[in-house]
Design a protein around this ligand. Structure first.
Ligand SMILES: Cc1cc2nc3c(=O)[nH]c(=O)nc-3n(C[C@H](O)[C@H](O)[C@H](O)COP(=O)(O)OP(=O)(O)OC[C@H]3O[C@@H](n4cnc5c(N)ncnc54)[C@H](O)[C@@H]3O)c2cc1C
Length: 417
């Protein structure tokens, strides 16, 4: 047999979780064993470089289990008790990274460069003599008497322990693949349904094409037949066939975790006024602007094209009619659209538009204290390949760091003790 690599710990996947796991394992081993990091891409950390629009929203001050979707909240809490936000910031400080907190607890490198995060992790790998074996896809893995045997595109790899950090399906343009699920399945693990998350939400509406590119402040909610599932306020961006913006990303995270049913997005276009105040305001405008046509009835309240679409959605066509013709029931219909403009969800977003994968290998099949598999001794996993996805704002990288550091540290600890 041609064994190209014979090591103590093989980390499979050189993204955020894998880089953190390899560094943590190398530090814990402290020369008492060997680690190697394998990645299918020509370079490690491709996705990491794209995070936070190239600035890397490294973590969030308020990261806690309730900011995530998973099948095992208890295990998730254990992971965050093992490595929390402060531990993560200390970890990065020991690499030389200084961070700065911005709005809503979002933490970024002070230098504003995601590349600095990657550089410092890679420099630490070099200091620890951990090779990055790039262009090497691990295709198969099996348990042997003394560890694991993997077939990689560069030859066979033998390792006493393995940490799977292959990431998920999101953003295939940045290296997102589903290979990690297959590797873990082959070792006895199960995988939930997979859905794109933190992405624009595809919706149906006859008005979208005329609104393309417009941004408006709104309270957006995602609903099914039973009512509101999740809501958030912020800037909504109208796209050709989808609604976008950070607030919609947060909604997509909730939507990805709803099993069935017809979903719709509802926009409250004037969240700062209640319905009574809004009706009073529209009634005042009906008098004040009685000399205008309906086309301009909402000009000055909303972007003009948004205002016209709201009126069309309320059935006020043709807009060439006079404002003075509006009846009390017309005013109520317009106010209903303003407070709850409905957009039926038309399907799943493309994986290329998603930042994370909702779903993955069940977390309950791993020990949250160590990230070791409960089904296969010596096997560990971390990061997006597992069934944990967080909201937008640094939460997903925090999961990658916490689970990666914990997996690397405990895997190495188990080998030397
Ligand atoms: C555009 C974009 C922006 C984002 N911005 C943020 C942000 O600012 N903050 C935040 O918290 N989150 C952000 N995220 C999410 C975050 O990047 C991911 O949650 C995180 O990178 C997941 O880390 P990971 O190590 O688990 O997986 P990945 O980073 O996807 O790494 C997995 C690696 O495994 C390799 N691999 C897979 N299978 C194999 C195999 N069989 N053999 C060898 N190698 C393999 C892949 O090539 C890849 O390099 C963003 C995502 C995107 C797409």
């Amino acid at each position: 047999m041609n064994i190209a690599y014979d090591i103590d710990i093989a980390v499979v996947g050189g993204g955020a979780a894998g880089l953190a796991a390899a560094v943590a394992a190398g530090r814990e081993l402290s020369g008492r064993g060997t680690v190697a990091l394998f990645d299918a891409q020509p370079r490690c950390g491709k996705k990491l470089l794209a995070t936070g629009n190239g600035r890397c929203n490294l973590t969030n001050r308020s990261a806690k289990p309730s900011c995530y979707h998973t099948d095992d909240v208890q295990a998730l809490s254990r992971v965050f008790s093992g490595v929390n936000v402060d531990d993560t910031l200390s970890f990065f400080e020991t690499l030389g990274l200084i961070c700065r907190e911005e709005d809503e607890g979002r933490i970024y490198p002070s230098c504003g460069q995601a590349s600095a995060v990657l550089d410092l992790l890679r420099l630490e790998l070099a200091r620890l003599h951990i090779p990055e074996v790039c262009g090497c896809r691990v295709e198969k893995i099996r348990r042997t008497e003394d560890g694991f045997l993997m077939s990689g595109s560069l030859g066979e790899i033998h390792a006493k322990s393995v940490i799977i950090t292959c990431g998920g399906k999101a953003a295939p343009n940045l290296g997102g693949v589903d290979w990690g699920y297959d590797l873990l399945r082959s070792l006895g693990h199960s995988v939930t349904g997979l859905n794109p998350s933190l992405c624009p939400i595809p919706v149906q509406s006859p008005h979208l094409s005329s609104l393309k590119g417009i941004r408006s402040h709104a309270r957006a909610s995602i609903r099914d037949e039973r009512g509101e599932i999740y809501a958030d306020s912020g800037e909504v961006q109208f796209g050709d066939k989808a609604l976008s913006g950070i607030v919609l990303f947060q909604l997509s995270s909730a939507a990805a975790n709803v099993r069935s049913g017809q979903l719709r997005v509802e926009l409250d276009m004037l969240p700062e006024r209640d319905k009574e105040e809004l009706i009073a305001m529209l009634n005042r405008r009906r008098v004040l602007l009685s000399h205008l046509t309906l086309e301009n009835f909402l000009t000055g309240v909303f972007n003009k094209r948004v205002g016209m679409c709201i009126l069309k959605e309320a059935g006020m066509t043709p807009l060439s009619r006079s404002v003075s013709e509006l009846s009390d029931s017309d005013i109520r219909r317009i106010s209903s659209v303003i407070k709850g403009w409905r957009f039926p969800v038309s399907g799943k977003a493309p994986w290329n538009s998603a930042q994370v994968t909702s779903g993955g290998v069940r977390l309950s099949e791993f020990d949250g204290l160590t990230m070791q598999s409960r089904r296969c001794k010596g096997l560990y996993a971390a990061g997006e390949v597992l069934n944990v996805d967080g909201i937008c704002g640094g939460f997903n990288l925090q999961w990658a760091w916490s689970s990666g550091i914990l997996a690397g540290r405990s895997c190495a600890h188990a080998l030397v003790h």
